[in-house]
Design a binder for this molecule. Structure first.
Ligand SMILES: O=C(O)/C=C/C(=O)CC(=O)CC(=O)O
Ligand SMILES: [Ca+2]
Ligand SMILES: [Mg+2]
Length: 420
């Protein structure tokens, strides 16, 4: 029989006992932030579970990792500690285990309706890197920005391309995004445009949350790279296409990207995603040995983007894609990032890059969906080429198991105008 919790969980909830994603929250505005795990519509306060001495395994007994204001210390411990924590939490929440189920006082203290708490960034992000790992996205961007001669440049097939993003502007789902001001292309002999971006876009991405890092000068072997991945979140790499197109030659994305990057609050672990692992697309040409893995793995995570304009009650779905389409795998991204000796640290975020699928309906950003504004999308009758003030963009992601769903919840942000 399938594992069940004593807590009622809707069959389409993203957070059944098979998931158990980690986040950080404040029970009251004045409380200190603490780690928690989502279960149905509740959050389990791990600081209370630790205070009750219920983490009694060899690695976590007497540990203070759940008395921290972020998950960095816990995730730096590595997979054996993650497995121990998951086993403890899964047992405590299961229908057949009386310890928490039958202890009203502890339940009262440790299980809070998620609607009553404030969710915060789950980790302190020291560094954020954004890859470019979807072949479909790369091809479409190439056709739009560089024309039909060589939409995919030769290097792309040999290494996972990336740029260094900015960690300071990574924000939690629900944070408003202020439309950036900047310069855009001059047109018809005029000087460059300066003002609020006229081509504001979302990018449907996921991100690896790095667990244990690596020492400076010591690359991570591709076949051990998975041990450095704690889990995944949804990520929206908001992009101002007009600023980007004018500024990013020759050094790459800068102010067109670093005004805000939104992540979802719950980190879904690789353990919870393992039942949804699938083979990654075949790579041709074969990668160099340092990027060749024994097992080339993606996860079959269905992804959607919804936009709710200010004028509407309801949102419209604008794209449906899946992480399974990614060409360069998460482990290849991580190994490549360290091959020169670059050190990763616990809490670093590695964005996958925009995740587009092969079909036009599976394109992961408006740049592709409207072909740089040449076409419009209809949001229940409202036309959109790029994002307007008041638009709320929500990413969701989930995996369908046998009778349950393992999901990421949502990652949203609303566009607001810059101060005058
Ligand atoms: O192809 C280009 O010129 C630009 C591509 C992007 O803006 C994409 C980017 O940030 C990386 C990604 O999300 O895949
Ligand atoms: Ca991106
Ligand atoms: Mg960004």
């Amino acid at each position: 029989m399938a594992l069940k919790s004593f807590i009622e969980v809707d069959h389409d909830s993203h957070f059944p006992i098979q998931n158990l994603p980690y986040g950080v929250f404040k029970p009251q505005p004045s409380s200190s932030p603490r780690p928690g795990v989502a279960i149905g519509d509740f959050v389990l306060d791990l600081s209370e579970i630790a205070s009750a001495a219920l983490f009694d395994g060899p690695l976590l007994k007497n540990s203070n990792v759940f008395h921290q204001p972020n998950l960095n210390k816990f995730i730096s411990l590595g997979r054996p500690a993650w497995k121990e924590a998951r086993a403890t939490i899964q047992k405590l929440l299961s229908a057949t285990e009386p310890t928490l189920r039958d202890n009203a006082a502890l339940r009262q203290k440790s299980l809070l309706p998620v609607s009553s708490v404030e969710l915060l960034l789950p980790v302190v992000v020291g560094d954020y890197t954004d890859f470019f790992s979807s072949l479909h996205h790369t091809k479409n961007c190439g056709l739009i920005f560089r024309g039909p001669q060589t939409p995919v440049l030769e290097n792309w097939y040999h290494l996972p391309i990336a740029y260094h993003g900015r960690a300071s502007s990574v924000v939690i789902s629900g944070t408003d995004i202020i439309r950036p001001r900047g310069q855009a292309h001059p047109s018809g002999g005029s000087p460059p445009y300066f003002g609020p971006s006229l081509k504001l876009d979302f990018e449907l991405e996921m991100a690896t949350v790095v667990g244990p890092g690596n020492e400076l000068g010591k690359p991570v072997d591709i076949n051990n790279a998975e041990d450095h991945i704690f889990g995944l979140v949804l990520l929206n790499d908001w992009s101002a296409r007009d600023i980007q197109a004018w500024e990013y030659i020759p050094l790459g994305p800068f102010l067109g990207k670093n005004f805000g990057t939104t992540i979802s609050p719950w980190i879904v672990t690789l353990e919870a995603l393992e039942p949804f692992a699938c083979e990654a697309p075949k790579q041709d040409p074969p990668p160099l040995p340092y990027l060749t893995e024994k097992e080339s793995k993606n996860y079959d995570i269905s992804l959607e983007v919804h936009i709710k304009p200010a004028e509407h009650e309801d949102s419209s779905v604008v794209t449906r894609s899946s992480l399974k389409h990614l060409y360069w795998t998460l482990t290849q991204q991580l190994a490549h990032h360290t091959i020169n000796g670059c050190n990763l640290r616990p809490g670093d975020l590695l964005g996958t890059g925009t995740i587009s699928g092969p079909e036009p309906e599976a394109r992961g950003c408006l740049l592709e969906l409207t072909w740089n504004g040449q076409n419009s999308l209809s949001l229940n009758g409202l036309d959109r080429k790029f994002l307007e003030d008041g638009d709320e963009v929500t990413l969701t992601g989930y995996c369908k198991g046998n009778g349950y769903t393992v999901g990421f919840g949502s990652c949203s942000g609303k566009i607001v105008p810059p101060a005058p």
